[in-house]
Design a protein around this ligand. Structure first.
Ligand code: ADP
Ligand code: MG
Ligand code: MG
Length: 254
């Protein structure tokens, strides 16, 4: 099953074109990584998939499990199984993490035609997920992300993902700001969420994450396009040689 299909996608922020003809296909069961220098449009792409209103799609197609994703409201995208773990997770003062998670989880259940879980059952479920991420239950009663360390915020994003079990999990720089122990826990959590019927898109600047979450495909993005695609070995090559050679090879092909 094709989970995500992106064809010739172009998109603007204000008057500036950021995505310049992006093509990508992700099938069920696959893990894809997008690497690329800063400012290449990686976060822009992930936010467009989530339906962020600041970005205007000017051409191209995006389908999610056969549906036109671009026509769906951000909220419906989430409920239909597109999940974006943010590079900079938002703090929501005054809203407890537990309430926030329960509302998101129940919204998804409703979409699937299932009954909402009551507090008691939800509590039980969320605790199994906390264990997966080695998170303390105290995180549940705190406000969403408020005062969380960088690593705790990232773990909290994966906790949300573990609950929602999205068909497409998009992880934007989930490794940034993590020490090696936190990175291993987060990666282990992500690996356990990997299933035959879902897909994961990881966006990362560094190869290090890919030692722990091994991708099936690595794409190099620059200037709002995917320049080249390879297997996991491409990440090592980038680590060793930088991005310059990809540009040169691309230029030579044209
Ligand atoms: P990456 O995640 O690959 O580092 P981004 O997608 O964050 O790159 O940014 C790509 C380009 O788009 C950058 O030049 C950035 O400054 C610009 N950009 C992204 N979002 C906005 C915005 N909301 N307003 C203005 N420029 C933006
Ligand atoms: Mg960046
Ligand atoms: Mg980014």
């Amino acid at each position: 099953e094709v989970i995500l299909s992106v064809k010739d996608l172009t998109a603007d922020v204000g008057d500036t074109q950021i995505l310049k003809g992006l093509n990508l296909e992700i099938k069920a069961g696959e893990i894809h990584a997008i690497m690329g220098p800063n400012g290449s449009g990686k976060s822009t792409f992930s936010k467009i998939l989530a339906g962020h209103p600041a970005y205007k799609v000017t051409a191209g197609e995006v389908t999610f499990r056969g549906q036109n994703l671009l026509e769906m409201e951000p909220d419906d995208r989430a409920k239909s199984g597109v999940f974006l773990a943010f590079q900079y997770p938002l703090e929501i003062p005054g809203v407890s993490n537990l309430d926030f998670l329960r509302v998101s989880y129940n919204a998804k259940r409703k979409q699937e035609g299932l009954e909402e879980l009551d507090s008691f059952d939800f509590d039980e479920l969320v605790r199994t997920k906390l264990d997966l991420l080695k998170m303390d239950a105290a995180f549940l009663s705190r406000s969403v992300n408020e005062g969380f360390s960088g690593g705790e915020k990232k773990r909290n994003e994966i906790l949300q993902m573990a609950l929602l079990e999205p068909k497409l999990g998009i992880l934007d720089e989930i490794d940034s700001g993590l020490d090696i122990d936190a990175l291993k826990i987060v990666a282990n959590g992500v690996n356990q969420l990997r299933k035959f019927d879902n897909a994961i898109l990881m966006i990362t600047h560094y190869q290090r994450l890919l030692d722990y979450i091994v991708p099936d495909f690595v794409h190099v993005m620059e200037g709002g396009r995917i320049l080249t695609t390879g297997g996991k070995e491409l990440a090592f090559e980038l680590e060793a040689r930088g991005y310059e050679w990809v540009r040169e090879e691309e230029a030579a092909e044209v």
